[in-house]
Design a protein around this ligand. Structure first.
Ligand code: MN3
Length: 261
């Protein structure tokens, strides 16, 4: 892969927490791209693959996993019908489309989901779009369901709490910055708390179904802000959905992900 290609892929992700000064200097409606040195993609991606492999190491044929709670369990924040459609149809659709796209590519059947998504831009051209969209969709949603819990909410503890306070000033500052990043996603996409190769926490957003792993980062917590994730109950009020999300975040799971960094 050329440096140019990798640079282009990096443009897809907006680094939100690169610095308040940078964000403030960029007029609304433009993409805030932090100036970065020429990218070195290995071993950063390889490290994220290793860490996420323990979370999600499926290979072809991919399968939809069960929700770790009943569809009605998050009712206080996310209604049952949305959960059923989101998991049973949207997520299932990503799985089906990914399997179909890779059907004839047996050389890729041993590759894990995280590996494929991290390197989608280096795959055979016939499958790059499918892996980017549907592989990313499968990975993102698998990470999403397991980061939510009916017993969730509150604040993280231990080393993650210290890291968040150290990076963002306080948990409430982090929460506000993450909420703002989620609200600012134009169209369909995700906001993430992710860790760089050096372990530094960042708030980033990705368009469509892209995942921070493609940028060599390890996703710790993601919020799906596609309209299919909230429209039945919240309609155009994405901000209300974002606020409700905080009541069901499983900090226990996010702490676990952070602990393997
Ligand atoms: Mn979704």
């Amino acid at each position: 892969m050329s440096i140019l290609e990798n640079t282009l892929s990096r443009r897809a992700m907006v680094k939100v927490s690169a610095g308040a000064a940078l964000a403030a200097a960029v007029p609304a409606g433009t993409t805030a791209c932090a100036p970065e040195p020429a990218p070195t993609i290995t071993p950063d991606r390889g490290r994220a693959i290793e860490l996420l492999g323990a979370i999600w190491d499926q290979a072809h044929p991919f399968t939809l996993t069960e929700l770790p709670y009943p569809a009605y369990a998050l009712e206080a924040a996310i209604d049952t019908l949305t959960m059923e459609i989101h998991h049973g149809r949207h997520h299932q659709g990503y799985v089906n489309n990914l399997n179909a796209a890779l059907e004839g590519h047996t050389a890729l059947h041993g590759r894990t989901l995280v590996d494929l998504v991290a390197w989608w831009d280096a795959l055979p051209q016939e499958v790059t779009t499918a892996v980017r969209n549907h592989g990313g969709g499968h990975l993102n949603h698998a990470l999403f369901w397991t980061s939510l819990s009916p017993e969730g909410g509150g604040e993280p503890n231990g080393p993650l709490a210290e890291a968040i306070s150290g990076r963002f000033g306080s948990f409430s500052s982090f929460r506000e910055e993450f909420s703002n990043a989620s609200a600012a996603v134009f169209g369909s996409g995700w906001a993430w708390l992710a860790a760089g190769a050096d372990g530094r926490l960042e708030i980033v957003s990705t368009p469509n179904q892209e995942n921070p792993v493609t940028e060599g980062m390890t996703p710790l917590l993601g919020l799906d802000v596609w309209e299919h994730a909230y429209y039945l109950r919240y309609q155009n009020r994405r901000g209300d959905y974002i606020q409700a999300f905080w009541d069901v975040v499983s900090w226990e799971e996010v702490e676990r992900r952070f602990s393997v960094l």
